[in-house]
Design a protein around this ligand. Sequence first.
Ligand code: BGP
Length: 475
Amino acid sequence: MTTATPHTFPTDFLWGGATAANQIEGAYNEGGKGLSIQDVMPHGITTPRADGPTDDNLKQVAIDFYHRYAEDIALFAEMGFKTFRFSIAWSRIFPLGDETEPNEEGLAFYDRVIDECEKHGIAPLVTISHYETPLHLADTYDGWVNRDLIGFYERYARVLFARYGARVKYWLTFNEINSVLHAPLLSGGINTPKDQLTKTDLYQAVHNELVASALATKAARELAPTAQVGCMILAMPAYPLSPDPDDVFAALTTERTNLAFGDIHVRGEYPGYYLRSLRDQGVELVITDEERALLKEYTVDFVSFSYYVSVAETADVSQRVVGEGNIFPGVRNPTLKASEWGWQIDPVGLRTVLNQFWDRWQKPLFIVENGLGAKDELITVNGRKTVIDDYRIAYLNDHLVQVGEALADGVDVMGFTPWGCIDLVSASTAQMSKRYGFIYVDRNDDGTGTLDRFKKKSFGWYAEVIESNGASLSR
Ligand code: BGP
């Protein structure tokens, strides 16, 4: 890292934006693509899965990035992006997931996406698996509960590193890996409904993913020696609701359910508190000596994370007023305001997370998701359609100011890729109206719209932040 003086960003800071295949690409049955779990989740995690694809699923078309990627990447370049985070749809490469040969048409699509990035000097940041396990693996194997998934994923990762490893430097193995504990189908392709899933199966799925992540890192070392592999954690700091020592420990226990994933990815072994929690829950895992050795040897190069909300925690059940959160809820913090979707807004929490992760792991940190999901109104100003999204600018400004503080604290931060840099379909609710982008996409929750793109006010604001390397932020 280039040393940052207080409140300035390093000269090699990776400014950019983040997306996921199922939320932008559409073309759900084109190019030889197989079905993924997203094709049976028309309403995100708000309703049980469907049997097969349904017309009310906005992700079938999403924002049609599959056909419009060149135009979209050109817009990212206009903002000055140094990096673009996208995911590869597993079911484009292996339509069923358990084949031995990949689908060339799927591979060729991502060649073209990477070509466009290179044309504009944008470094791709690729998530190997972002909430889109091939449906066949969910239906036939019950997703990550089954150890066979480890081999299927390793084969998939090896194909990606062999094909793109010389062109893609930054890789993430699993999006928000800790969310499998809360959204087993979305995050782990686990078909068994959550209320029927045993704790042992759930934690075995976690273990299988962690082993697969280590095997992907091993594959990268062999096939793409210049690649850097990171884990990706859903960060959600938990503050004690009161100074009562029992509340303080309750908050620590809640945080550790997330921190455990970083501990394992960085240190290569299960921490004692995690093993105790498994014992207390009566969970007995199947872990081979070979797997222990893999976890220990193939640890990550950097830690990436999403950050949207903090929560509170208390040991006093009568005080547990639960609010909304990213994928899973937490106890509401009475000191914070919330977004229209109830996600509590806490810029200082980002500085806290950055300091905590750096102190704990001493690995470079990458903020690969952050942002405000909000309803936007498209209006005409001087003959051009736009959105005056001062609320989004304020949210991102305040969070970036805290990133600057963390840099001044000495934290090694690699970059910042705000979520949904172009409007996309929401993961939790599958709505278009929950917008995060600098670029407005004309598509509505009922599927109507031209899919035309319009620059919001935040487009120019972010371009200036990047151009000035953070100097233009309001402090
Ligand atoms: C994270 C996911 C993303 C994304 C984001 C915003 O959990 O990694 O896929 O969607 O949250 O969440 P939502 O779309 O539910 O507003």
